[in-house]
Design a binder for this molecule. Structure first.
Ligand SMILES: CC(C)(COP(=O)(O)OP(=O)(O)OC[C@H]1O[C@@H](n2cnc3c(N)ncnc32)[C@H](O)[C@@H]1OP(=O)(O)O)[C@@H](O)C(=O)NCCC(=O)NCCS
Length: 193
């Protein structure tokens, strides 16, 4: 079985979406977006710097992907700005996300908002749910860290919802340390060498 990874480009966005839909649970807001919006979301995320965003294939089947970069919040903001109405409609039809998203929006812009010691952020890591727990997540981190070190990024961080116990256990097993937590999320950081 051959394994390969490709830097994410518009040509492989549909594979990213396929994995996304099979990895993230229904309680993830992005899963409520249409395929078209999701495509625009990922295209926006890779538009400024795609060096650390890649997709993994096993025998030409997409199995997992990583989105990582230094200022991805600006890309998320640009996506929301460009698709404000469409995202708003999705929120209206999925009211359980409405308040948390409004709160997150204002926290992001509040001066008191906390800043991590890691500028490089792992925004998304996902493995197709039919093969989770088989080591592909670890393979993704190994490839990511090799790419980061190639560009002298020796530290990266991430945030994860407190309820996502599987992912938290995955990060702890892969050498991340907790930097902070609040009522909603935990923030992890890792030094690589
Ligand atoms: C988190 C994730 C990327 C890990 O990838 P993976 O290929 O399942 O992980 P690995 O096989 O390398 O590592 C296995 C470890 O991950 C953890 N894990 C997380 N989710 C798991 C799952 N659904 N099945 C099995 N193990 C899981 C366990 O701690 C496991 O260790 P164990 O086998 O000793 O119990 C993957 O489970 C996933 O895509 N989850 C859904 C998307 C998500 O929540 N992403 C993180 C957002 S912050």
């Amino acid at each position: 079985m051959s394994i390969k990874n490709l830097t994410i480009s518009p040509e492989v966005i549909s594979d990213v979406i396929q994995v996304h839909k099979n990895a993230y649970l229904d309680d993830h807001f992005t899963n409520k977006l249409s395929d078209k919006l999701l495509e625009e979301y990922y295209l926006q995320l890779i538009s400024s710097d795609s060096r650390f965003s890649f997709i993994l294939y096993e025998s030409n089947t997409p199995v997992g992907f990583v989105i990582c970069g230094s200022d991805l919040n600006s890309n998320v903001k640009a996506f929301i700005k460009a698709n404000f109405l469409s995202v708003f409609v999705v929120l209206i039809f999925n009211p359980k996300f409405f308040l948390p998203k409004i709160k997150a929006f204002f926290t992001r812009f509040s001066k008191a908002s906390w800043k991590s010691n890691a500028n490089t952020r792992l925004l998304s890591i996902a493995v197709d749910n039919s093969i989770q727990g088989e080591g592909y997540g670890k393979k993704l981190l190994i490839e990511l860290e090799a790419r980061l070190l190639d560009f002298s990024h020796s530290r990266y961080g991430l945030s994860v919802k407190n309820g996502n116990k599987g992912a938290i256990s995955f990060y702890l097993k892969n050498g991340f340390k907790k930097e902070r937590s609040d009522a909603k999320s935990s923030y992890f950081i890792k030094d690589i060498e």
